[in-house]
Design a protein around this ligand. Structure first.
Ligand code: IPM
Ligand code: MG
Length: 361
């Protein structure tokens, strides 16, 4: 009997719906081969939810997600919603979803496809062979710390405030995920902080060092975030697994993304203690190309593969999808963001059709 999974599908804004359509078709295409069945449960999030029901994370969406086996999310946001009050912005919906599902661990792999070495803005010899994983804390730190807001001081001046805070237990639980992740990889963990200036980082560093005694097989190193940013573009191959806080991870994962040629190639997994994980591309909603069939659907398809691997424990199905992507890139097909001389330019839909053709061979 086939295994049936309930997948909450949050297509979101901008290019979200078009890349989602491709990912769902790819999942349907591999389902029979691995004896899987998918129940896709569409739900609203972000700007499209604001337009439809007046809020970026409707309660019904959170309920659908909680009742699912995994959540697949494309992208949210767009300039038309940027001037709304903060609690009504698309990004607030995404953060509430992460918090609501308790998704404290965000895994962002950056692995270069050899076919795309020339698509990066960095020299091929610097990036060929890059294979790293950013483990980003996702439900704490300055994104969620209190107090926050724009206040008025006694002298009548405005003052903007955010708070970067971590408890020891928040650091320990992301630390454990990172050590376990490194264990499955090359057993090198680099913790990134700003302990030369910030107390919150000092605690981070102390806890990571203490934890490392439980993982003697993993080599732990520490870098300050400014140096880590520099090292990522100078010599990225030195990194295996990176663990860092919410804000630093946001920034470093965009840098890591660019090492792979295009942010259009990077998936991510957000996991909690239990319950469904959330799988989404690292890139945004790209409103400038939305609806034009120009978007690269591969990060979204790779997110579906991550969902199979980390969320549903179906590694063979995940691998089949990843191999199909490699094959289609080998055949020279590229979306506009990856286009290079001698390659064949395809749109979002056609890239999806090529993957499906590859998978049905
Ligand atoms: C990301 C994004 C989000 C973040 C935004 C859209 C809130 O940049 O997933 O990296 O900052 O976490
Ligand atoms: Mg980001």
């Amino acid at each position: 009997m086939a295994t049936t999974y309930r997948i909450a599908v949050l297509a979101g804004d901008g290019i979200g719906p078009e890349i989602t359509a491709v990912a769902l078709d790819v999942l349907q295409a591999i389902a029979p081969r691995f004896d899987l069945e998918f129940d896709f449960l569409p739900a609203l999030v972000g700007g499209s939810a604001i337009d439809a029901v007046g809020e970026p994370l409707p309660a019904a969406t959170l309920t659908t997600c909680r009742q699912s086996d995994a959540v697949l999310l494309a992208a949210i946001g767009g300039t038309q919603w940027d001037t709304l009050p903060r609690h009504l912005r698309p990004e607030t919906g995404l953060l509430a979803l992460r918090a609501g599902l308790g998704l404290f661990a965000n895994l962002r792999p950056a692995k270069i496809f050899p076919q795309l070495v020339h698509a990066s803005s960095l020299k091929p010899e610097v990036i060929a062979g890059v294979d790293l994983m950013v483990v980003r804390e996702l439900t704490g730190g300055i994104y969620f710390g209190q107090p926050r807001g724009i206040f008025t001081t006694e002298t009548g001046e405005q003052r903007g405030v955010n708070t970067m805070a971590y408890t020891a237990s928040e650091i320990d639980r992301i630390g454990r995920v990172a050590f376990e992740t490194a264990r499955q990889r090359r057993r090198q963990l680099c913790s990134v902080d700003k302990a030369n200036v910030l107390e919150v980082s000092q605690l981070w560093r102390d806890r990571l060092s203490a934890l490392s005694t439980e993982y003697p097989d993993v080599e732990l190193t520490h870098l300050y975030v400014d140096n880590a940013a520099m090292q990522l573009v100078r010599a990225p191959k030195q990194f295996d697994t990176i663990v860092t806080s919410n804000l630093f991870g946001d920034i470093l994962s965009d840098i890591a993304a660019m090492l792979t040629g295009s942010i259009g190639m990077l998936p991510s997994a957000s996991l909690g203690e239990s319950g469904p994980g959330l799988f989404e591309p690292v890139h945004g909603s790209a409103p400038d190309i939305a609806g034009q069939d120009k978007a690269n659907p591969l990060a979204m398809v790779l997110s579906a593969a991550m969902m199979l691997r980390y969320g549903l424990n179906q590694p063979a199905a995940a691998q089949a999808i990843e191999e199909a992507i490699t094959a289609v890139l080998d055949q020279g097909y590229r979306t506009a963001d990856l286009m290079a001389e001698g390659c064949k330019l395809v749109g979002c839909r056609e890239m999806g059709d090529l993957l499906i053709r590859q998978l049905s061979q």
